[in-house]
Write a protein that binds this ligand. Structure first.
Ligand code: ARG
Ligand code: ZN
Length: 885
């Protein structure tokens, strides 16, 4: 079955052209006959002209990749002369004011490798309808502002597909001749088509229950492949924790009788919040200590929370159109981050959120695919599930939280949920509810939704000993982005503290204000240039700026190295302690790069060694924070910080030498920490145990990097003896990174031991693909030929090709361009299988202008070659043309 391809140049869809639907749908009755070759779908819709529209005119229905078998209006076949059918739609002319529309289509889920609409994942039928998959199931006004009540009947072979699921409550079931059976589901909540879901398969079920605050019993079912029942404990516990958290943190109760979650192997993203029937990528749900790392456990808890929180932020209150995607995603990511911060450690969570923002979103905001949090046009909406919509979108919500304070923010979200329950709305309604509840003016703040680009804030400090005042002069600049030349100054919350010479926090008050108790002051920068003067300052302070990363900006202040070491040791804001350590490390890395490029010896200065040594010797007591501080910024983040041209070799070598030198200078401290934090007893995923393993394995990685014989032996030993995946990989990773003797054998035995666990095999692929030693082009090609690799499984594609492009810049950007040509072949090959995955890979070239002229030429050649492909999907076409600019 061919995809819709760009025979003509694909045209953008624009926010400015939004019009309400001409017809609305009140009820949808679906009848599926699932078959081995094809599936028939009968849909009966109650349609009526939208009273908000004067002249409804024709009824427009989206649809693609289907065979249309029948169309009937009010029980009579609709004449072919009164409809128009093309590759992407069906239009009915002259329909009545309200009527029953019946449509029968035939689809081929078995051949659907795009994984949108109804498809098969290792024997199980499943769906992914967000954003525009429903139109591959039946002809429908497939837009989020058309909300209807659904009833779904599924008929299938009883032996192959004993489990038949859809949204809502099970209202009937029965057997049929020929070994078939049926189940009927009814969803009482009106919903947009993107929240529809269906699953049919032979699955095992693990059940539990949750009682809501007001006493509603919610049955909880998690469905997995037989044999995986022992990997859902953590997800189930996380789900109950998320349900309880949303009640206390946001006053949101579950509105369902049954909450079902299904794990499938082949999935384009992490998971999907279909009403009452979430579908998850197995990688985002299955975990047991033997096969999953601490990071996996935390990621699963976060994603389970994320999808559950969507039940209010996304489902009860949904989107008017896809330009509003961040209304649900930004807000839900923010809720997920708060939940994870409450479950583990708020500052460590913040560090991880910011690290993700900086490695994924900052580069996007600074490149050819930069777009506002609320985009104003797209060619393919699937390309807008981006770090900007998700992560920057969450930062925008967080800034409103920072400006309003916790109480008014909560009043605002209460008002938002109450006012818009059951509606399809825009980001404007969200901002308005917060304004109404807090009596704050967010008009300038709304620019965060419409202006792309990461603001740069330059700050200078000025102490006046005579007057006892300290002034911060701030200047904001928003860089140019595609389609946006002129920018207005933004409204930016900047949390500031001032430290005295002993490292104590002052209680800063602006000139004219009375005494204050709090040591953190939320400044509001609104002008292009603005100064803030604090009074009653007895000595020149060291400022702690942008505490807890109060806004998604790049802030510059001329700290001396000693100031950074001082902040790292003393700041009460744990995030800023980490930040100071990162800045010290960044400076050392950039000095090392300069040395490398001029052929000089790479030296490590004392300040960084002393500061990190003090941390390791236990200044803070917070193991997780120490581990975060000593974690090196990764190569792609350093590339983003580097002035043109990015030099992948210098980055790689400088980063490695700094690691080796730190390891050697602090060898005893690392050894001490490695030994002091050995495991005792059974695995637990509690914050303390996770922090202990993190610091232990970080110490081990440094010992191995330093070439320490005892450390290397300890790694080999830990690899063999580990009883959980965190420790096993904690040993294998540094072995691979440093290629110590015995690593090849360790990789082989690892595969032998885990070859039947798909999630573990993905780790095995990724560890090699992202290694400069084991991820050379020849080896990448060999991995693609490995029997466990499969281009149709997105997790495998991410584990090899994704990890290679993103995690292995040293090899990906090989100066001769051979990796580029190989990778472009892969993009083209993937485009014929799964356009969403192909477009995601194509982004590997999008920042080609950041590189030297020769690499630019080589990458541009590949982008042009991809663009010339006549059958290119809309997804890949958009990324490639925008990259070429
Ligand atoms: N709404 C989902 C989530 O963030 C992701 C949607 C998947 N979208 C897609 N284009 N496959 O939870
Ligand atoms: Zn989401």
């Amino acid at each position: 079955m061919a995809d819709v391809r760009n025979t003509q140049q694909p045209q953008p869809v624009r926010l400015a052209e939004y019009t309400p639907p001409a017809y609305v749908v009140d009820t949808v009755d679906l009848h599926f006959e699932l078959g081995e070759e094809w599936t028939s779908v009968h849909a009966r819709l109650a349609v009526r002209a939208n009273p908000d529209r004067a002249e409804p005119g024709a009824l427009f229905l989206n649809g693609r990749e289907m065979e249309l078998l029948e169309v009937a209006v009010d029980g009579r076949p609709w004449p072919e002369t009164d409809y128009e059918l093309n590759e992407e739609s069906l239009t009915l002319h002259g329909v009545p004011e309200h009527f029953t529309l019946e449509i029968t289509t035939s689809i081929r889920p078995q051949e659907n490798t795009a994984l949108e609409g109804l498809y098969k994942s290792s024997g199980t039928f499943c769906t992914q309808c967000e954003p525009e998959g429903f139109r591959r199931i039946t002809y429908f006004p497939d837009r989020s502002d058309v909300m209807a009540r659904y009833t779904t009947t599924i008929v299938a072979d009883a032996e192959r597909y004993p489990v038949l699921l859809s949204n809502g409550n099970r209202i009937g079931a029965g057997t049929l001749p020929g070994g078939r059976h049926w189940v009927q589901w009814e969803d009482p909540h009106p919903k947009p088509s993107y929240l529809f879901a269906l699953v049919a398969g032979d699955l095992a079920r693990v059940s539990d229950a949750f009682t809501t605050l007001s006493g509603r019993e919610v049955a909880l079912h998690i469905y997995v492949e037989h044999g995986n029942e022992d990997k859902v404990d953590h997800a189930m516990r996380s789900l109950k924790a998320a349900m309880a958290w949303d009640e206390t943190a946001y006053g949101r109760e579950c509105d369902l009788d049954v909450y079902q979650v299904v794990a499938v192997e082949d999935f384009n993203m992490g998971a999907m919040e279909n009403k009452g029937l979430n579908i998850f990528n197995t990688s985002a749900i299955l975990a047991k200590p033997e096969t999953a790392t601490d990071a996996d456990f935390q990621r699963i808890e976060a994603i389970i929370g994320h999808e559950y929180f969507h039940n209010w932020s996304g489902n009860r209150v949904t989107l008017r159109d896809w330009f509003q995607l961040s209304l649900k995603e930004g807000f839900t990511v923010f809720r997920e981050q708060q939940f994870a911060g409450d479950r583990y450690s708020a500052p460590v969570q913040r560090i991880e959120d910011v690290r993700r923002l900086r490695t994924a979103q900052f580069p996007e905001d600074d490149g050819p695919t930069a777009h506002p949090v609320r985009p104003d046009s797209y060619i393919e909406i699937s390309n807008f599930y981006t770090p900007t919509v998700y992560e920057k979108g969450a930062e925008v919500i967080r800034m409103m939280y920072n400006l309003l304070g916790a109480e008014d923010f909560r009043r605002g979200t209460d008002l938002y949920f109450q006012r818009h329950d059951g509606q399809a709305v825009t980001t404007e309604e969200f901002a308005r509810a917060l304004e109404d509840a807090s009596e704050r003016d967010l008009s300038q703040f709304r620019l965060w939704y419409t202006q792309a680009g990461t603001p740069r804030i330059h700050v200078d400090g000025d102490y006046d000993p005579e007057a006892g005042t300290y002034t911060l002069h701030m200047r904001q600049e928003i860089p140019e982005t595609p389609g946006q030349r002129q920018k207005e100054p933004m409204h930016i919350p900047i949390a500031v503290g001032l430290l005295d010479g002993d490292g104590n926090g002052l209680a800063p008050r602006l000139t004219g204000e009375g005494e204050r108790a709090e040591t953190t002051r939320m400044l509001e920068l609104r002008e292009a240039e603005q100064s803030f003067t604090f009074s009653g300052i007895p000595e020149e302070p060291v400022p702690s700026l942008l505490r807890s990363f109060s806004a998604p900006v790049r802030l510059e202040f001329g700290y001396r190295d000693e100031d950074l070491a001082f902040l790292l040791a003393n700041d009460e804001d744990l995030f800023n302690r980490w930040e100071a350590g990162q800045e010290l490390a960044r400076r050392a890395l950039f000095r090392a790069m300069t040395a490398y490029r001029s052929g000089a010896e790479i030296e490590l200065e004392g300040t960084l060694v002393d500061a990190f040594g003090a941390l390791l010797r236990g200044g803070t007591g917070d193991k997780a924070l120490v581990a975060e501080a000593l974690t090196q910024p990764d190569e792609s983040y350093l590339a983003d910080l580097m002035d043109w041209p990015v030099d992948p070799e210098a980055i790689h070598h400088a980063r490695r030498s700094i690691r080796v030198r730190l390891a050697q200078a602090l060898r005893d401290d690392f050894l001490y920490n490695y030994r002091a934090h050995q495991a005792d007893g059974e695995y637990s995923a509690d914050p303390e145990a996770i922090a202990r393993r993190r610091l232990k394995n970080l110490s081990l990685a440094y010992l191995v990097a330093g070439g320490d014989e005892a450390g290397i032996e300890a790694a080999r030993e830990q690899f063999r003896q580990a009883t959980n995946m965190t420790d096993r990989l904690g040993a294998l990773r540094p072995m691979v990174a440093e290629d110590v003797a015995g690593t090849g054998g360790a990789l082989e035995s690892f595969y032998e031991q885990w070859k039947d666990e798909a999630e573990v095999v993905d780790k095995w692929f990724a560890i090699q693909a992202s290694s400069p030693v084991y991820g050379t082009l020849d080896r990448i090609k060999a991995l693609l030929d490995h029997p466990a690799f499969n281009h149709k499984n997105p997790n495998k594609v991410r584990a090899v090709l994704g990890a290679f492009a993103r995690g292995n810049p040293y090899r990906f950007h090989a100066a001769d361009g051979t990796a580029y040509a190989f990778f472009a072949d892969q993009v083209l090959h993937m485009d014929g299988i799964n356009p969403q995955m192909a477009a995601a890979l194509a982004r590997g070239f999008s920042r080609f202008r950041r590189y030297d002229e020769e690499r630019q030429r080589l990458m541009r050649e590949q982008l042009e070659r991809i663009r010339r492909e006549p059958q290119l999907s809309r997804d890949t076409f958009e990324i490639v043309t925008k990259s070429l600019g």
